[in-house]
Write a protein that binds this ligand. Structure first.
Ligand code: HEC
Ligand code: HEC
Length: 386
């Protein structure tokens, strides 16, 4: 029998997790298991859990111990795009968002679109430590994937955007990304005659629908469709015990027992909290450049220095290099570093292999994207900046 959410089933990990929780300023739910293995947390009874599972049509009933343990912390990617607060989605809105996502003319030089750094064929990222932006300038952080970003509790490594709508406003005007002065974006959209009717259809009933805010909403509505369901691990969670190889199952067991799950939980195996990079030991200046204080730089609270949003592990094999610093090209090394600095454990090469095999089961169906035809420029459309 296993315990409820946030519960540790092995006696030795229990002590470690309590230590871990004590050393972090972020609240983690840690509930001890009684010696018999019964969940001590009220409300996490076997009856409650099977009720919750019965009400979720996507999770088949199962007696498989590992599936049941994994379900306590992790959820499959839904097959339908989730709704976003403040955005009324429709096929027209998604189409507009997709068009904007691929349109380089939203950048000052007309050379960079969202897709340049969040390339659909590269797992929604760019396989580069730092992305080349405006005039080839590089920002200081690795581009996270846009796939499944809709499930993250906040956006950016430091959480400075509360959701995808707010986030989409950032890169358009960021000087090292697309570098468009704010008015340029709407000016540009108004000067490309094809956009006005698209905005009108996506935002019915609005008289001046071509605004930066609506562009952000449309992009966010499109991004909500960039989800990757049906990974082998999702099939496993839903009840197909044969969907993972024996190595992947061993890796999942380690992922739970060593404590990766304390931070990498939920639909995205991440994206639910901030955590310090370097809980037990210093990752060093290559992985953690001292001038990027992460969350602490946003809040001004020194206790949050070097805290970053725990990133998703979905499709992780496709999105090297790793860490906010883009400093580790090898997923196995990244796993070993995590064991060392986040859990204070030296994982054996076999354990690293098994965990990495498990991470390979997190690759889902990629969105099938057709590169959209963009509205044509005419003589009145503003030229690119030099
Ligand atoms: C020049 C490269 C570049 C361009 C162009 C770019 N991005 Fe990004 N994107 C990044 C980087 C780098 C980050 C991480 C920055 C940070 O966390 O401080 C990021 C972060 C994000 C995130 C947050 C994901 C997460 O998990 O936190 C989303 C969503 C996103 N970008 C969408 C977009 C959209 C939409 C556009 C177009 C409007 C866009 N990006 C244009 C490089 C780029
Ligand atoms: C205490 C919380 C915590 C624990 C425990 C933890 N991680 Fe992480 N993980 C993080 C944070 C925070 C980052 C982002 C680090 C950064 O780049 O700033 C991260 C990053 C990663 C990355 C890189 C992702 C990317 O896109 O760059 C991988 C892979 C990873 N973790 C796997 C694991 C594995 C496997 C374990 C268990 C052995 C584990 N983590 C344990 C918090 C944690």
């Amino acid at each position: 029998m296993e315990c409820g959410i946030g519960v540790w089933t092995m006696a030795d990990t229990r002590t470690k997790t309590l230590l871990l929780a004590a050393s972090l300023s972020v609240m983690m739910t840690v509930v001890a298991c009684s010696p018999g293995g019964e969940a001590a947390r009220p409300g996490a009874s076997e009856a409650d859990r099977s009720e919750a599972q019965a009400s979720s049509p996507t999770l088949a009933e199962t007696t498989d111990e590992l599936i049941l343990r994994a379900r306590d912390f992790l959820e499959p990617v839904p097959v339908e795009a989730p709704a976003i607060e403040g955005v009324t989605s429709s096929p027209e809105l998604i189409k507009l968002g997709q068009t904007l996502f691929f349109d380089p003319r939203l950048s000052a030089t007309h050379s960079i679109s969202c897709a340049s750094c969040h390339y659909p064929g590269l797992g929604g990222a760019d396989n580069s430590p730092f992305s080349a932006g405006f005039h080839g300038e590089r920002g200081g952080r690795n581009a996270p994937t846009v796939y499944n970003a809709v499930f993250n509790f906040v956006q950016f490594w430091d959480g400075r955007a509360k959701d995808l709508v707010e986030q989409a406003g950032g890169p358009l005007v960021n000087p090292v990304e697309m570098a468009s002065p704010q008015p340029h974006v709407t000016e540009q959209l108004l000067a490309l005659p094809g956009y006005s009717p698209m905005f009108a259809k996506a935002f019915p009933g609005e008289t001046d629908a071509v605004t930066l805010e609506n562009a952000q909403k449309a992009i966010a509505g499109f991004e909500a469709t960039l989800i990757t369901p049906n990974a082998p691990f999702d099939q496993f969670l839903r009840g197909d015990a044969g969907a993972l190889t024996p190595d992947q199952k061993a890796g999942l067991t380690l992922f739970i027992d060593t404590g990766c799950i304390a931070c990498h939980s939920g639909v995205n195996l991440g994206g639910t909290m901030y955590q310090k990079f370097g809980v037990f030991s210093e990752p060093g200046p290559v992985y953690l450049p001292p001038d990027d204080k992460g969350r602490g730089a946003i809040t001004g609270n020194a206790a949050e220095d070097y805290f970053f949003k725990v990133p998703t592990l979905r499709n992780i094999v496709e999105t090297a290099p790793y860490f906010h610093s883009g400093s580790e090209p090898d997923l196995k090394r990244a796993v070993a570093v995590m064991g060392e600095v986040q859990l204070g454990q030296t994982l054996s090469p076999e354990e690293v292999d098994q965990i990495t095999a498990f991470l390979g089961s997190l690759t889902g169906d990629q969105p099938e994207l057709v590169i959209p035809l963009l509205p044509v420029s005419d003589a009145k459309s503003p030229p690119p900046d030099k």
